[in-house]
Design a protein around this ligand. Structure first.
Ligand SMILES: [Zn+2]
Length: 277
């Protein structure tokens, strides 16, 4: 089993590298073998060129117990998440360019654009910036661990987790693909958003498929307005600049957004101009 897991980590490392999700020695991948052993990628290696012999084994205290190379410096992040979520076997961290760009621009990832994203990912949490490799960065994950399977690390990259290495990787790939499409549509000049009823229908579908979504279990949540993780993204300095879905209460920078009022003002001005001509 160990050899099979090591091979799977190398294969996912290859996919991460080929997708451009990790430059230089960026990124790290882990898999929990049992209660006290985790296999992980080493530091200072390209994720696209690893062999099973390069991988390390650490215990749950973050001490290396096997492997000729030195373990990843991000192991605390992986272990903190695994301790918090016993069902999680694998964690993937990398710097996928489109999702990471949202984390650098401090732009929230909008809800209500694509059905697969509503169902598979839901609201994507943001965690505030902290030094890579620190326990502080690892602890930023705790408030979101039970409510998501992927997150954006401000000014850094992404983290995703799951029951297999491939599943943990999927959520990163889906998130980056979504961010890419958002940017392409934005460049074309318009992003169409679902109505709240469309989102509600997708949440019901999600319930039938037994995929948990905190939007359905938390009180007082607007299902289309990034409410689940509002405290965290406000604290991290994120908001809506490029993507402002209809019904957004606040852009996150202290300004209320009332698109209807803005539309009325523009319509009035255009009508006045037309009359003048
Ligand atoms: Zn990183």
């Amino acid at each position: 089993m160990l050899e099979q897991i090591k091979k799977e980590i190398c294969d996912i490392g290859d996919r991460i590298y080929k997708k451009g999700f990790a430059t230089g020695n960026d990124g790290n991948i882990s898999y929990r073998l049992n209660e006290n052993e985790v296999v992980c990628t080493p530091t200072m290696i390209s994720k696209g060129f690893m062999t099973p012999d390069d991988l390390c084994i650490v215990n749950m205290n973050g001490e290396q117990i096997a492997g000729k190379r030195k373990m990843t410096s991000e192991i605390k992040l992986h272990l903190t998440l695994m301790k918090e979520l016993p069902e999680v076997k694998s964690v993937v961290h990398c710097h996928p360019p489109y999702a990471t760009a949202f984390g650098i621009a401090r732009e929230l990832i909008p809800l209500g654009v694509m059905p697969e994203i509503e169902v598979q990912l839901g609201e994507v949490p943001i965690v505030h910036y902290a030094i890579p490799g620190s326990q502080e960065l690892a602890d930023t994950i705790l408030p979101i661990a039970h409510k998501s399977r992927v997150c954006v690390l401000a000014n850094h990259g992404t983290l995703s987790w799951g029951d297999t290495v491939e599943h943990a990787y999927w959520w990163t790939e889906m998130l980056d693909g979504y961010c890419r499409l958002l940017m392409l549509a934005h460049n074309l000049g318009n992003v169409g958003y679902f109505s709240r009823q469309d989102i509600q229908d997708l949440l019901e579908l999600k319930k039938r498929w037994n995929v948990a979504d905190p939007r359905t279990s938390m009180e007082g949540i607007d299902i289309g307005d990034n409410d689940v993780f509002r405290d965290l993204w406000e604290k991290a300095g994120f908001g809506h600049r490029a993507f402002v879905p209809p019904g957004t209460k606040s852009n996150g920078f202290g300004n209320a957004v009332d698109l209807d009022a803005i539309t009325d003002i523009i319509a009035e001005k255009v009508a006045k101009k037309l009359k003048e001509n």
